[in-house]
Design a protein around this ligand. Sequence first.
Ligand code: ZN
Length: 530
Amino acid sequence: MLRNLFVFAVATFIAWVAPGQSAFSQPAERPPIRVLIVDGQNNHQWQQTTPLIEQTLIGSGLFEVSVATSPPRGEDMSGFQPRFADFDVVVSNYNGDAWAEPTRRALEKFVGSGGGLVAVHAADNSFPDWHEYNRMIGLGGWGGRDERAGPYVRWNDDLQRFTRDTRPGSGGTHGSRTPFVVVVRDSDHPITRGLPKAWMQTVDELYGKLRGPAENMHVLATAYSEPETGGTGEHEPILMSIHYGQGRAFHTTLGHDVAAMNGLAFQITLQRGTEWAATGDVTLPPVGPEILTMDVPATRDPAELIAAEDANDAAKDADDADSEEPAASSAAIDFDAIPIVDKDHWKALFNGQDLSGWTQKNGTATYRVEDGVIVGKTATGSPNSFLCTDEDFGDFELAFEVDCDRELNSGVQIRSRSIPEFNKGRVHGPQVEIEAAPGESGYLYSEGTGRGWLSPAHPIKDAYINGSWNRYLVRAVGPRIQTWINGQLIEDLEDEESFRTGFIGLQVHGIGKNEGPYQVRWRNIRIRPL
Ligand code: ZN
């Protein structure tokens, strides 16, 4: 089962057009553009950055996003065969082992026959020996690339045009991370049309000395790589569009890490570039200099876009409560597949605004709403506290994101109860563990019952990423409970004794007298009753 997951771990989020966006040029009913992100290996933190790419794309209202995660480095890649043809555009957050030949041929065929490809940052380090891939991305770096890979391409400010330099030399370099100015060199391409002529990207890695075939490639924007910060002293290509056969590729060297992907410069160009690669056009609205700023770099947590859409959706659900679609039949559940979060069958448990639908039980920790996030904070001397749904859920799939202070223990109760007859209302039932890595995150504990761990063993200690948002998925059907963190299957067990129905509860663990205060944050809490 674990192996299957590695072969094709998919988490799909269906985007819809928010009311505020339908005023722009795209028709409200246009079907979403289908995006497949590929990741699984990278010398960068792909586990942290793939969610940001996902959120950035979904937040535009144009895309539905799936993720294909490869096996880890050094393992057999032959089973990694994502079905590119089921999508409109493939976004690569991958820099690792060579793919098997059928997978390489499938991508060539996909793009060559009209599909889209987007290469994000270190994706252009990947596959130095795969010529067709290098033709798709235009330029690449590292991996032994040199003059045989193709020319360096730079903007020459004196000549006011791009030059190609075929001199011998290695490909790929960068200075220390710094904010920098991105300058548009062609304002008449769909990706850059309606954007300011120049703007600042937040602290990021500025790639230089990239070289490659550079066929049918158009450099849309450059940035000056400052020698003072270890740069090349050249105007290096930052955004590129490439035509490959009938298809298109968008290549952005922005996006080294979470901080860089919080830059609006990264997000807005990724949204536009991905739409262009998928369709050949950009319908996203123009963005002015008040948003893509020049004097200070503009940043935004892309998850805010999703939180806003959740609030929209909660309001919409309230409006048409009668026309709710029937829940999917549990007969159709594929236990080998990771739950797919889409718009149709999932509902937001948290409206992003306040705690309506939730009631605190047991301890005196505080829960508040801040920027679309539920923040739980410890209270000295309090027993475990729980913020519980008023509604009970039986069989379901549950999705949420959580970021917990390292010192604090937390968890999410499922199918849990609080009744006066049992221990004066003590919350009890299965809990999905949340704690800093290395730890037992994702495993199941029987809270308040004295049974202790339901999970017999805890082999995976590091799926949880400390100091970051972590995506949890839970599937509970009959006695079977499965959990995932950041796309990785953690637990899959059957427990006959646990309750089959009950509330969802967000735990803030009690703390010792001289500790804290500590906080735990939850957002994007959604459920799909089965
Ligand atoms: Zn980097």
